[in-house]
Unconditional design. Structure first.
Length: 254
């Protein structure tokens, strides 16, 4: 139905009208042993989930609300890399189809002109040493008008249509994202994260800038100097000390 050009991604497609969360459905399918590359797409989510238990606004017919199940044979600490690879696949798909230059804000936000168009939520079913399934949730604001966003999101969120000055076919965007992701997943399995890390850094707004990282325990201010081979953000504070940031909210300065 989506006219996919991929072989692995989309090998099984669960298409839903209204659902609480595609992420929840994908978790269930993964547990039941669905094939690798299974995707769950919905027209609307009534309880879309964001990072850190936030709500993800997912109105009907306007966005891409999708979850993808992968089964790489890897230890769980590699999982954050999948957020980064997915971000590259989505940024490039938007670039390929629109006259826009989206940027990545570590770890999982894609921004256009400083406002969020995409969030990525990577979750795991794993033992301490082995991933069983990785569930990548992608939420993209595609065709919302400004009025479709709740008032409190106006200063922080936008859609591709608002920035591109016109609507974009969601199924074409899904095709392109899955084609890119399949290609990068293959590169990753063959060559590891290094080639993709360079690509990711070329789209990242935070690298080389002064940032403030708010983790659950502390606030660290300094210059974002890059990401490690594992996808961990490295911040150098004013004393020259380098901090490894695994999970945080980032505020980017000049
Ligand atoms: C974030 O930026 O906090 C991540 C948002 C992820 C939203 C997507 S929409 C499809 C999938 N299903 C969910 O419930 N959440 C993810």
């Amino acid at each position: 139905r989506l006219g996919l050009k991929t072989s692995k991604l989309g090998s099984m497609i669960q298409y839903l009208d209204t659902i609480d969360s595609t992420q929840k459905v994908a978790h269930q399918l993964a547990q039941e042993g669905c094939p690798e590359g299974t995707i769950v797409v919905a027209e609307e989510q009534t309880n879309g989930r964001g990072r850190l238990t936030r709500h993800w606004h997912s109105p009907k017919f306007t966005g891409i609300w999708m979850s993808i199940v992968l089964r790489p044979k890897l230890p769980p600490f590699k999982a954050p890399q999948f957020t980064l690879i997915t971000a590259v696949a989505v940024v490039q798909a938007i670039e390929q189809l629109c006259d826009l230059q989206p940027e990545i804000k570590w770890p999982n936000d894609i921004l256009i002109k400083g406002k969020k168009v995409t969030g990525i939520l990577t979750e795991l079913q794993a033992d301490s040493d082995k991933i069983h399934s990785i569930i990548i949730g992608i939420g993209i604001n595609v065709n919302q008008t400004r009025e479709d966003f709740p008032e409190e999101l106006h200063s922080v969120a936008t859609s591709i249509a608002i920035e591109n000055g016109g609507k974009l076919s969601r199924s074409i965007l899904i095709q392109q994202i899955l084609a890119n992701l399949e290609k990068y997943y293959q590169i990753y399995l063959e060559k590891g994260f290094a080639p993709l890390k360079l690509l990711w850094e070329s789209y990242a707004i935070s690298i080389g800038k002064d940032i403030i990282a708010r983790t659950v325990n502390e606030v660290i201010a300094g210059k974002a100097i890059g990401i490690s081979d594992e996808g961990v953000l490295k911040i150098q504070d004013k004393n020259g000390v380098i901090h490894d940031i695994y999970s945080a909210d980032i505020e980017v300065g000049k």
